[in-house]
Design a binder for this molecule. Structure first.
Ligand code: GSH
Length: 417
């Protein structure tokens, strides 16, 4: 390279330091629910990353998945984030927390503690509170199911092996439909409630996104990213729900596009200041949405926390680091027992997972650091939206995310909180 070219190169690298950094690798497939959360989070945060799938085999990547990641994890899960230092993280919440710590700016969390607690609350709801909606709308309607099955088949079997694509897609769908009634609680009795809560969600978010580009105002946050899981990963892509969204909630559909684009500005709402909303002046559209979160997700948080306490009570002497699951080993879906809760007037019976109480801790952590005035404002806000359960729910023992090194699981924290 000539000296002048070298000089130009050096000045460019100084201006764009991200180019000198080895990118993160997001192991994901486009059809995956959870991958939509971390992908959108990294796009909006401006993290330098590339995406590859376990089966793609790009430049030796397949070997790393099969020979390193899978054997280390001991189970299959997506997404996984490869870090520049050669280690990896396996869980979307752990990935977001890690990246937020490594790259504090631009923050995807509001500085104001009330808005920050709200961000973690919606993060929890977006990550796990919409799971039934996501699965029902993907698999219960023929046109969506066929499309998703083919998409999954292509991701697993490779893009050209048509026989295998069909078989794998069909097997995946059959496996899901068999497990849904008992494991997740999607049954003929609960389906009307799932559909009712989806309609309410579409209406409320559409009303909000007509005025604001993001859920907490003029800046994207971890709350938006988590909601992208269901609202983009499944509902914004699958034929049946995406059509309903486009027809009945176009501003919500627009938000799914915006959340997959870098930068903050949405041309249609560019007059909105690029700031988070102030907690003392929240618009009715956000309060209405929060009321739905309280109605639909409050009971799920309560039931999940109780299932965790029951699991703890079975063997209170378990040591710090014990894997939180009924069957002992690390796995993608750690189960802590069965739970029952009410959604839109219907009883849902399903497996309880530690993910929901784990994420609730981040709300509690923010509230614990608030001053007395902020604490009282937080309680008042939660009362206004019917979310008292988000204030009163506590865990008698902390849950630790251990997803950056073995055992790659949610484990028990120390005995005294
Ligand atoms: N708690 C995990 C859940 C990840 C998850 O369940 N991912 C799905 C794909 S969207 C998966 O890996 N499923 C494979 C399986 O269930 O074996 C996270 O937040 O990353």
């Amino acid at each position: 390279m000539s000296d002048s070219k070298k000089e130009v190169m050096e000045s460019l690298l100084a201006a764009f330091p991200a180019w000198t950094v080895k990118p993160y690798v997001h192991w994901a497939i486009h059809v995956s629910l959870y991958s939509a959360k971390t992908r959108s989070y990294m796009i909006k945060k401006g993290i330098h990353f590339t995406e590859t799938s376990p089966m793609a085999g790009v430049a030796g990547a397949k070997d790393r998945w099969a020979e390193v990641i899978m054997p280390t994890l001991g189970y299959s899960t997506l997404p996984v984030l490869d870090l520049p230092d050669g280690t990896f993280i396996s869980d979307t919440t752990a990935i977001v927390r890690y990246l937020e710590e490594q790259h504090p700016e631009p923050s995807m969390l509001p500085a104001n503690p009330i808005m920050r607690a709200l961000a973690w609350l919606i993060f929890n709801y977006g990550t796990e509170g919409l799971f039934l909606n996501a699965q029902h709308y993907r698999w219960s309607f023929t046109e969506s199911a066929e499309y998703a099955a083919a998409d999954i088949g292509r991701a697993i079997a490779g893009p050209t092996n048509f026989e295998a694509i069909k078989m794998m897609g069909e097997n995946f769908q059959a496996m899901k439909l068999e497990k849904f009634p008992t494991e997740v609680g999607i049954t003929p009795e609960t389906i009307p409630a799932i559909e009712k809560s989806t309609k309410l969600l579409f209406d409320k978010l559409d009303a909000h996104f007509r005025h604001y580009p993001y859920i907490l105002g003029g800046r994207p946050s971890i709350a938006d990213a988590a909601m992208m899981e269901t609202l983009y990963g499944h509902m914004g892509r699958d034929i049946y729900p995406a059509n309903i969204m486009k027809k009945t909630a176009p501003a919500l559909y627009r938000w799914t596009e915006t959340m997959n684009r870098p930068g903050i500005v949405d041309a249609e709402l560019s007059q909105v200041a690029q700031e988070y909303l102030a907690p003392d002046n929240l618009p009715d559209t956000l309060l209405d949405f929060l009321k739905l979160v309280s109605d639909d997700f409050g009971p799920q948080l309560d039931a999940s926390a109780k299932a965790y306490e029951n699991w703890l009570a079975i063997a209170p002497e378990r040591p710090e680091g014990a894997i939180i699951t009924v069957d002992g080993s690390a796995m993608n879906r750690q189960k802590i027992g069965k739970m029952t809760y009410s959604q839109q007037g219907v009883t849902v019976k399903r497996d309880a997972w530690p993910d929901v109480p784990n994420m609730h801790q981040y709300v509690l952590e923010v509230v614990a650091a608030m001053n007395a005035n902020e604490k009282s404002n937080w309680s008042e806000l939660m009362q206004t939206v019917g979310g008292e359960v988000f204030v009163s729910t506590r865990l008698s023992r902390p849950i630790t995310i251990h997803k950056h090194q073995p055992p790659y699981a949610y484990v028990l924290g120390p005995k005294s909180v």
